[in-house]
Design a protein around this ligand. Sequence first.
Ligand SMILES: Nc1nc2c(ncn2[C@@H]2O[C@H](COP(=O)(O)OP(=O)(O)OP(=O)(O)O)[C@@H](O)[C@H]2O)c(=O)[nH]1
Ligand SMILES: [Mg+2]
Length: 328
Amino acid sequence: MYDPVPQPELLAAFRAGDPRALARAISRCESGRGADLIRELYPLTGRALTVGLTGPPGVGKSTLSGALVAHARALGKTVGVISVDPSSPFSHGALLGDRIRLAEHFTDPDVFIRSMASRGHLGGLAGATADAVSLMDAFGKDVVMIETVGVGQSEIEIAEVADTTLVALQPGSGDAVQVLKAGVLEIADVFVVNKSDHPMALQLQREIRSMMEMLTYAGWVPALVSTQALEGKGVDALWDAIVAHDAWLRESGALQTKRRSAFAHRVRQLSLGTLEGHVEDAIDALPTDLDPYAAADAVLRRFGVAGGVQALGNVRAHGDVRATVKGL
Ligand SMILES: Nc1nc2c(ncn2[C@@H]2O[C@H](COP(=O)(O)OP(=O)(O)OP(=O)(O)O)[C@@H](O)[C@H]2O)c(=O)[nH]1
Ligand SMILES: [Mg+2]
């Protein structure tokens, strides 16, 4: 996409609070040309309350987002909403649905809503989405919410993007079991039982409590809130739980640790994403007569990894491949 606005003009408009500049900045990051913008604006980040909201399809995430936006606006806070669609960049149905559910906020200049696809960007969810969060934060939004559909990696990754992660579940759907399977239990700072008007709502609450009993929590114990997003019921309690978690993060010092880990995750995703491309190129260029280890050595030598595959082998023996990745 041709984007004719030069960087200095874009930055000036961004700093002047022009929402079109924010939109354009996000697009630039989405198309992989955002490094210079992020470099300029990164010092302005770190102030927003960032809230990730994940859960299975149809649980009511967008309705909840809408209700939370209304709540935050009533408190005088400016809000950014990022709706991530991990399935496909062309899922207009979902976007249309979100448009309807968030419709009342589209005309509010203090609410900025953006849908984006998580696939096809350098760094995955943590790449494009984290850039968008940074931009909304730098733009001065008090609250930034990120909605992702809970299918696989993206719902786990949201915990690396947001300070506070909400996991929404709905009664009568076997959601609790799904959550256990997918490893989502560990990322929830707040469990939201939405559709509390459903007859199985209490049952789901009990299931979540007994799942939580299987874990030992060192610091924060996840809050459990039930909501009826359509009616806005329980949204005040949900907001209070978000604020309580944020306060705990700040008071306990966990915020710093969490942000450092989020930063590392982002850098790792960006560099590994780039490296992967280079590795593919190097593999394409290999002679055909090498065994796999010699070939990998040749590839690794191109990136200056002393010791080649042997280095990885040593670490693998210690059962920690990640350490090698970190040590690269
Ligand atoms: N009964 C009941 N229905 C609700 C409630 N909250 C949301 N819904 C309905 O549930 C359906 C799905 O809501 P969405 O907000 O689109 O759910 P979502 O999780 O964003 O869905 P995807 O983005 O497609 O994964 C809609 O028809 C909502 O009207 C609630 O508290 N009670
Ligand atoms: Mg939705």
